[in-house]
Ligand binder design. Structure first.
Ligand code: NDP
Ligand code: 2IT
Length: 449
């Protein structure tokens, strides 16, 4: 698809001009604007109120220096970011990514996607994202702690439980959230739910660790059930071996499917008998080692260098759970040729636009990230609710709410796709359904931002 509507094409042109050298941000905006053509036609009042021009421009973009001292006593400097993209429907909410590839364009693409994803959850959360080009790999716990403390020393002045509530993403898990929470509390003298993904001993919610992966499978199962398919007896390939990948794999196994491959940025493992998740958790969560260690525990499994070839493995269902643009047109074609009938995105924007086109043209059931991986942030919002009540729900209660939310997301986006003339296209459905709630809220609040 291309942007055919002249007005939306003009909005896109301004985005490219204002944000030069940020292709991931352009890609995320272009996809949403393409989907919104039928909305422009039906809602001239949104055009008049400048909703489209406003929604692509962050309310606030913060960039800061993060100095810290490594174990050898050397001073190191990283760059920190927080984009507070949209607060129309609730306090800014979104994860923090620590990865060497982080720069303004990555943070903006993720923050922009987060607006619509958070809207789809049905919960009152605005869109944000942040992070740093810090690489936690190979760093000692002490180095990670000093970095997190320095990062929070600046970030704390911009956030708060009713203002902006960060969480994890790539490279930010329970350890990093703990260090940042401790530093926030020390500086502000405030024990409050300012971060989500906290440990269970200090305000965390049950199921948050599992939520993105579990939610992804609840969504995918609902999408497949609507077409007479399911995880039961299926072969599944999952990329990544981090938080999202591990708990997606756990839920696939619970639903009767078999996960045969997982990866990291160096390569992938193939275990025809089904991946042993106790081993993967030990390697990745406890030892923080590489996925190739898996074959030392299970010699019948195979390890291959290079992560992108994971998509050449024959499977029924593919769940990309590593990073952006990890499935290109070629990989998408191979998946289709091998009989893959469903793809649900655990990572943010893991399929290139060309790959998505291949899936849609070939009738592959395709669950786009902002719908399929919304279970993580939805459960973060449930953590915020529990913190506000100073109460905590049981695992079963939170899990049931998560499942409900994911089923509703599927229903709402397929209904929106149909209503706007694109039945079956969940990309268009997710973008329109996510947009409508935010646009209505912005419209009602006047030209405040
Ligand atoms: P983790 O840091 O726990 O794991 C990331 C995994 O992806 C690792 O296996 C990592 O391998 C791999 N990976 C990261 N970058 C690359 C790369 N450039 N190329 C190849 N592989 C890579 O992160 P999460 O599991 O939390 O996040 C995974 C994806 O899910 C991200 O896109 C994130 O934005 C998205 N997401 C996360 C949510 C959450 O709640 N955590 C919620 C919604 C979406 P390696 O160890 O080699 O770097
Ligand atoms: O991309 C995402 O939705 C996340 N990384 C989770 C954000 C959150 O606030 O829980």
């Amino acid at each position: 698809m291309a942007i055919r509507n002249d007005y939306l094409a003009e909005v896109m042109k301004t985005v490219v001009k204002r944000n030069p050298g940020e292709p991931e941000f352009h890609q995320a905006v272009r996809e949403v604007l393409e989907s919104l053509e039928p909305v422009v036609e039906r809602h001239p009042e949104f055009v008049e109120a400048g909703i489209f021009e406003r929604i692509v421009e962050p309310e606030r973009f913060i960039m800061f220096r993060v100095p810290w001292v490594d174990d050898s006593g050397k001073v190191r400097v990283n760059r920190g970011f927080r984009v507070q993209f949209n607060s129309a429907i609730g306090p800014y909410k979104g994860g923090l990514r620590f990865h060497p590839s982080v720069y303004a364009g990555i943070i903006k693409f993720l923050g922009f996607e987060q607006i619509f994803k958070n809207s789809l959850t049905g919960l009152p959360i605005g869109g944000a994202k942040g992070g740093s080009d810090f690489d936690p790999k190979g760093k000692s716990d002490g180095e990670v702690m000093r970095f997190c403390q320095s990062f929070m020393t600046e970030l704390q002045r911009h956030i708060g439980p009713d203002t902006d509530v960060p969480a994890g993403d790539i490279g930010v898990g329970a350890r990093e959230i703990g260090y940042m929470f401790g530093q926030y509390k020390r500086i502000r003298n405030d024990f409050t739910g300012v971060l989500t993904g906290k440990g269970l001993t200090y305000g965390g919610s049950l199921v948050r660790t599992e939520a993105t992966g579990y939610g992804l499978c609840y969504f995918a199962e609902e999408m497949m059930n609507a077409h007479g398919k399911s995880f039961k007896d299926s072969t599944v390939v999952i990329s990544g071996s981090g938080n999202v990948a591990i708990y997606a794999a756990e839920k696939v196994h619970q639903l009767g499917g078999r996960v045969v491959a997982l990866s990291d940025s160096n390569g992938y493992i193939y275990d025809e008998q089904g991946v042993n998740l106790d081993t993967v958790k030990q390697i990745k969560e406890v030892e923080r080692k590489r996925i190739k260690e898996y074959v030392n525990y299970h010699p019948h499994a195979k390890y291959f260098e290079g992560c992108s070839d994971i998509w050449t493995i024959k499977c029924d269902i593919a769940l990309p759970c590593a990073t952006q643009n990890e499935i290109d047109e070629k990989s998408a074609r191979i998946l289709v040729e091998n009989g893959c009938f469903a793809v649900a995105e655990g990572a943010n924007m893991p399929s290139t636009p060309e790959a998505i086109e291949v899936f849609l043209k070939n009738g592959v059931l395709f669950g786009p990230a902002k719908a399929a991986n919304a279970g993580g942030v939805a459960t973060s919002a449930l953590e915020m609710s529990q913190n506000s009540m100073r109460y905590s729900w049981s695992f079963e209660e939170v899990d049931a709410k998560l499942k409900d939310i994911m089923v509703n997301i599927y229903k709402n986006i397929s209904a929106a796709a149909k209503e706007y003339g694109h039945e079956g296209n969940l990309v268009v459905g997710a973008n329109i359904a996510g947009f409508m709630k935010v646009a209505n809220a912005m419209y009602a609040q006047g030209i405040a931002y």
